[in-house]
Design a protein around this ligand. Structure first.
Ligand code: HEC
Length: 100
């Protein structure tokens, strides 16, 4: 039966895609480790940059800072963070807010 084969294949593909999807979703913790920890410390305790844990900025303000940059800030945050999608910026900002 061709149709049965097609349906089975379709179901397998759908399942495979739905299982694989989270791998593509922005992972704030991984982004933080890769792009922020060198300056802000692995626990957000601060290093070259100031501590970000317990920051008074809201997640939205952090997202904005990363996505657009802020001329009033020092390097590297004068400019938008390089290689960070809007989604990554939001995910990493949410992650920063979980650091205590
Ligand atoms: C090259 C080092 C460096 C990297 C990489 C870096 N930062 Fe920063 N960050 C700084 C410095 C320096 C400041 C202080 C800027 C100022 O006050 O003008 C800062 C400030 C901040 C602030 C503001 C803190 C506050 O309470 O005012 C946040 C939030 C922040 N960084 C988050 C991040 C995130 C998230 C990443 C990763 C996407 C990141 N930074 C990557 C150096 C860095």
């Amino acid at each position: 039966m061709r149709l049965t084969k097609f349906i089975v294949l379709f179901v397998i593909c759908t399942l495979a895609i739905s299982i694989a999807m989270p791998a593509f979703a922005a992972d704030g913790a991984a982004t933080y480790k890769a792009k922020c920890a060198a300056c802000h410390g692995p626990e957000g305790q601060g290093k070259v940059g100031p501590a970000v844990k317990g920051s008074t900025l809201t997640a939205d303000q952090i997202t904005d800072l990363l996505a657009k940059g802020n001329d009033a800030k020092k390097v590297p945050h004068k400019k938008a963070a390089v290689g960070l999608s809007a989604e990554d910026a939001k995910a990493v900002a949410d992650y920063v807010k979980t650091l205590k």
